[in-house]
Design a protein around this ligand. Structure first.
Ligand code: MG
Length: 233
């Protein structure tokens, strides 16, 4: 076959393909963040200054401590709830465990990040500290152990990148599973983990919902947080 024939055939197939292709939506242009800083389309939930995006379970001003650009659990004052509610979401959270470390198992630097107020991504100091696998750092508590233990020593800042799709109620009354994908300090620890709709034991909310608040857990340990932001998906 002559080159000109080949050319006309490939042009023909290209034009057929182009005509059949569905109209694609142009992706929105955003400005990415640098070194964990929020992208331009993120909702910044804690920027180091105040707790204006958070409330207590009863809707009051939380008593957690804000100092030196960080947010610290004030032991015994209760969980804090984001005022914004989220369903499908990308969440960035940074945390540091108390130092020097004290306690063992679940009693060491325990806190947690609850999506929709229901499903806990465990925060715990598991650096040289053993506990049951589906309760350790970056576990979906009680549901799924992390693929690896990527903990940094207490006192060092650590990151969670969480991509969450909630379980959904379908028209026929069934529950369609949701999922968690989580990176801990850059390592994949939850790989599209299935969430069937049963919340973490003793969570503040029950049942399946389209949206819910993020919750940071007061488990009686002075865990610190900083740089918390979310993007709706
Ligand atoms: Mg916890």
């Amino acid at each position: 076959m002559k080159f000109t024939h080949l050319l006309s055939i490939s042009l023909l197939s290209f034009s057929v393909f182009a005509a059949d292709a569905p109209a694609e939506k142009e992706p929105k242009v955003i400005t990415p963040g640098k070194d964990g800083a929020p992208p331009s389309d993120a909702i910044v939930l804690f920027d180091g200054k105040d707790l204006s995006h958070w409330k207590t379970e009863t809707g009051d001003q939380p008593k957690w401590k804000v100092h030196d650009g960080i947010l610290e659990v004030a032991k015994g004052t209760g969980n804090i709830f984001s005022k914004d509610e989220f369903g499908d979401v990308q969440l960035h959270v940074e945390f540091a465990e108390p130092t020097p470390a004290h306690g063992t198992g679940q009693d060491r630097g325990n806190s947690g990040v609850y999506l929709e107020g229901r499903y806990e991504v465990q925060v715990l100091d598991c650096y040289n500290n053993k506990t049951y696998p589906n309760g350790q750092t970056a576990a979906i508590y009680g549901i799924s152990a992390p693929l690896v233990n990527a903990c940094r020593p207490p006192g060092e800042w650590q990151t969670y990148e969480i991509i969450f799709h909630p379980p959904k109620q379908t028209a026929d009354g069934k529950v369609q599973s949701g999922s968690f994908t989580v990176l801990h300090n850059g390592a994949l620890v939850q790989d599209h983990t299935e969430i069937k709709g049963e919340p973490t034991r003793a969570a503040n909310f029950t049942g399946v919902a389209e949206q819910g608040p993020l919750i940071l857990q007061d488990h009686g340990h002075a865990v610190r947080y900083r740089n918390i932001w979310a993007r709706r998906l």
